[in-house]
Write a protein that binds this ligand. Structure first.
Ligand code: MV4
Length: 456
């Protein structure tokens, strides 16, 4: 096992990784920016080292500072969490070069999934279903026109270097194609430094269903079932659940098989997530693969009784998974609500500040992952996640009931949060019937109907 591990991250995920290390007997090193001197991960780790000023580019993304801290303190592994350096193939490679184990996949696997057109091509070749569209990148307008003619409108133009909803454009007619290609290319060039584009048939009102996988360094890959992440707004997930409501076990097994196939096709190791689009007829298509631990991993832990972060660390050491697909059982239902320091009454605008009171919920079937404590000041430099509330129930109805109870118990004073939004979703008749899809918030939630916020 590792003796000492550095967490190249902050917030709740840094705390989550420290907890896994404690149970594994691994000493921990926290790194922090000047804005995070009083952060919980700094207090909880065995050692902590400042790596730079508040701006992420100068601290949590500062590879030289992180690597020199790792070498100075003699760590044998680095866990990148999510965001920041988690999906930077260069960082994974540098770790390899200096003999520090990167708790994540090899650089080649990160790189192939980072290029969305290449990933799509590789998946198609491996027999993982992809949306009808271009074979790899499109080079010019005439190639794009040919693809559009063969798959039919509407189509979606995507940037190879994009992902997570960035750099996409829906095109409805032949006439709009030329302009869409031009603007998409210019935007992608400016945003990602590469204007490479590819095309897919546009799937209307899809569901976003993703599969958690785990792969060891002995060629074994298993999946831990699926999560529905359709409840999102502007590509920010707000509520996730497992298993996805209203789908048969057979369907989950088919998704799982495709996800395992995807992982094998790129010699993947570590924890990862394969995202699928699911259309109204129940066809599923590979969308992207996230080569990291994800925010919403706890819902899977709750229904499978696993500790994904611990398993991720064990397979990084080189241990065998020690679980077969047949050992994985999905029990009950779990939901996660992301409690953000954002005001849902004002377009979800970020609302950093000092948390005057913080009383998290508890009791049966409730888990709270957070780095916040009463008196903590949320810095304005990073994401606005305050806490993840995860509830488990014997069935979906019980998980929902527990979530309403837990969110009603949660007392946060000093900053507005997304709790009122979640309470409206949990009471929505369509949500309760499991009718979720990516336009759900826009179509089904009246944000102006949120209970008025009593100003302080
Ligand atoms: C699509 C799509 C419809 N058709 N691709 C958005 C995030 C990125 N991973 C891919 N995305 C989409 N790709 C085709 N061919 C619709 C989306 C999409 C979406 C996907 C998942 C969750 C939320 C979404 C919101 C808008 C669009």
């Amino acid at each position: 096992m590792f003796r000492k591990l550095l967490i190249a991250n902050r917030g709740e995920i840094a705390v989550r990784v420290i907890r896994a290390c404690r149970e594994l007997g691994i000493r921990t090193v926290a790194v922090y920016s000047d804005a995070d001197r009083h952060a919980l991960h700094v207090r909880m780790a065995d050692e902590a080292f400042c790596i730079g000023p508040p701006a992420a580019a100068e601290s949590y993304l500062n590879i030289p500072n992180i690597m020199s801290t790792a070498e100075l303190l003699g760590v044998d592994a680095i866990h990148p969490g999510y965001g920041f350096l988690a999906e930077n193939p260069h960082f994974s490679e540098i770790c390899q070069d200096v003999n520090i184990t990167f708790v994540g996949p090899p650089p080649e696997a990160i790189a192939i999934m980072g290029n969305k057109a290449a990933a799509r091509q590789r998946m198609k070749a491996a027999g993982v279903p992809v949306v009808p569209g271009s074979e790899g990148p499109v080079r010019n307008e005439s190639e794009a026109t040919d693809v559009a003619r063969s798959v039919g409108f509407p189509i979606i133009v995507k940037a190879s270097a994009g992902g997570g909803g960035r750099g996409m454009r829906v095109v409805h007619t032949r006439e709009d194609l030329r302009r869409a290609l031009q603007t998409a290319q210019a935007e992608a060039e400016a945003a990602f430094g590469s204007g490479e584009l590819y095309l897919e048939k546009y799937v209307e009102e899809p569901r976003h269903i993703e599969v958690q996988i785990l792969a060891d360094k002995h060629n074994d890959v298993i999946h831990l079932g699926a999560r529905d992440c359709s409840i999102q707004r502007r590509h920010q997930k707000l509520l996730e659940e497992s298993p996805p409501p209203g789908v048969r076990d057979r369907f989950i097994r088919a998704l799982g098989k495709a996800a395992v196939r995807a992982a094998h096709a790129i010699n993947y190791t570590s924890a990862g997530t394969v995202e699928f689009l699911v259309d109204r007829d129940g066809h599923f298509y590979f969308m992207e693969m996230n080569t990291r631990i994800q925010v919403e991993h706890p819902v899977t832990e709750m229904v499978t009784g696993t500790d994904i972060v611990k398993l991720q660390i064990k397979v990084a050491v080189g241990e065998k998974l020690g679980i077969n697909q047949g050992d994985v059982e999905i029990r009950g239902h779990a939901i996660e609500c992301r409690v953000n320091a954002e005001d849902p009454r004002h377009d979800f605008r970020p609302s950093p500040g000092t948390v005057a009171m913080f009383v998290p919920p508890g009791g049966p079937g409730v888990r709270v992952d957070t780095h916040v404590y009463a008196g903590y000041t949320i810095p304005p430099y990073y994401d606005s996640l305050l806490a993840k509330v995860i509830t488990w129930g014997a069935d979906r109805a019980e998980a929902i009931t527990r979530m309403r109870r837990a969110l009603a118990e949660f007392e946060i004073a000093g900053v507005p949060t997304t709790i009122p939004f979640h309470l409206v979703v949990l009471d929505n008749a369509f949500f309760r019937r499991g009718e979720v899809y990516t336009n759900f918030v826009q179509r089904r939630i009246d944000l102006s109907a949120l209970a008025p916020h009593l100003s302080t």
